[in-house]
Design a protein around this ligand. Structure first.
Ligand SMILES: *Cc1c(COP(=O)(O)O)cnc(C)c1O
Length: 396
């Protein structure tokens, strides 16, 4: 078992040691949906409270608890500093948080478009009212919810968690933080007052673009119990293969996120510096950037004291650029060799996306970049070659 003062990278490897029931060093893959009851008739006890009765070993049926997912959740609980519950997808996790809290009003920013789809389904069922993120505190009441996404999709810019926690709590409302863009060890929303921390685990927790998953973490044990009970009832559990892949991926979470965030910071700083220069000479790198780019967004460019405290170890691997024209934005992805043109983020492969393809609300000149684990200078050269091809293509 990892000593309690262990660092994130150590916990990621040892927080589930107590659930290792075999001598294998690598976790076995458990695929069974159903598990044998005890052999001794005197040990057969009709279930009263499946969640309370679960001890990490007495599995019954995998919609309730399953070995791979339990180990995955044990590591996540340690990393997120709360009780973690896993779901089939990030949106299933967001839905579960709204089912748990059942607010009358939800205040939410632009952010990820799918989160609005979840809210509109819940609104259809319960009459839930949607308010903007900047609504007045007075428009919220006890039991209402603020959903704060930070850093926010697709820009990669950040909001103060503390400010929104205070706003929610001043009215007896709750703060749910979608921290997908800043997994541990970039950001700890509980430290700034979050009541529920949500992640799309399809991104950094999975980390290899090959599994869907969502996670909620809560500090109240009674909330975790309710979340497990609701999950058993609604059936939105992860698959056994996915949770095994997720556990394997968490082992390297810290090192992946640190490296990708560092590389992203370097790329953003380089582009930002070039944007500030005055040369328009496209035979120079700076002139090329200036000719193609109009703007860049990332938390690393926000000069606010609270942000250095909220994100002390880096500002996340996702940033976005605004090009000089819609045509440039549409064409650039096809000119790149390393950045692949695809939606989603958080994998080891760097991705770029003309965001208009997925989200009709955003600027059609905007491209979202998710930096992966390629060498950052290779990524820089990939962008430069792409910019060059754009300029040449448009002249010809
Ligand atoms: C991807 C994403 C989601 C949705 O997650 P799924 O796993 O695709 O359901 C929610 N919030 C943010 C910020 C995301 O990036």
């Amino acid at each position: 078992m990892a000593p309690s003062d262990s660092h994130t990278s150590t916990k990621a490897l040892h927080a589930d040691d107590y659930l290792n029931l075999v001598t294998d060093v690598a976790p076995p893959i458990h695929l069974s949906t159903t598990f044998r009851f005890p052999k001794e008739p005197e040990n057969l006890l009709p279930s009263q409270d499946p969640v309370d009765e679960f001890d990490g070993k007495n599995y019954v049926y995998s919609r309730e608890f399953a070995p791979n997912a339990t180990r995955f959740e044990a590591v996540l609980s340690s990393l997120l500093k709360g009780h973690a519950v896993s779901y089939s997808t990030g949106l299933a996790a967001l839905h579960a948080s709204l089912v748990l809290l059942n607010p009358r009003r939800v205040s939410v920013g632009e952010g990820y478009h799918g989160s609005h789809e979840v809210i509109s389904v819940v609104s259809r069922l319960s009459g839930l009212e949607k308010l903007p993120l900047d609504c007045s505190a007075e428009s919220l009441g006890a039991g209402d919810v603020i959903v704060l996404e930070t850093p926010v999709n697709p820009l990669g810019t950040a909001f103060s968690i503390k400010e929104y926690a205070e706003k929610a709590h001043s009215r007896g409302a709750y703060l749910v933080v979608d921290s997908t863009f800043a997994p541990p060890s970039l950001q700890d929303p509980f430290a700034w007052g979050a009541d529920i921390v949500m992640h799309s685990g399809s991104k950094y927790f999975g980390g290899h673009s090959d599994l869907l998953c969502g996670v909620l973490a809560v500090q109240r044990k009674d909330w975790q119990k309710k979340l497990f009970e609701d999950r058993l009832a609604l059936g939105n559990v992860m698959g056994n293969m996915e949770s095994w892949l997720g556990l394997r991926s968490l082992r390297t979470l810290d090192i992946r996120v640190q490296r990708a965030s560092e590389s992203s910071g370097k790329l953003v700083a380089w582009l930002h510096e070039a944007l500030k220069s005055s040369t328009e000479d496209t035979s120079t790198d700076k002139g090329l950037v200036r000719t193609v780019l109009k703007g860049i967004h990332h938390a690393s460019l926000q000069n606010e004291p609270w942000l250095r405290e909220q994100m002390p170890n880096g500002f996340g691997p996702v940033f976005s650029i605004v090009l000089q024209s819609e045509e440039y934005a549409k064409v650039l992805p096809s000119k790149l060799a390393l950045f692949q043109h695809a939606t989603s983020l958080g994998g080891v492969e760097s991705l770029i996306e003309w965001r208009a393809l997925s989200d009709g609300r955003v600027d059609r000149k905007l491209l979202r970049l998710s930096v992966g684990l390629e060498n950052w200078e290779d990524l820089k050269n990939d962008l430069l070659r792409g910019f060059k091809a754009l300029v040449e293509g448009m002249q010809g």
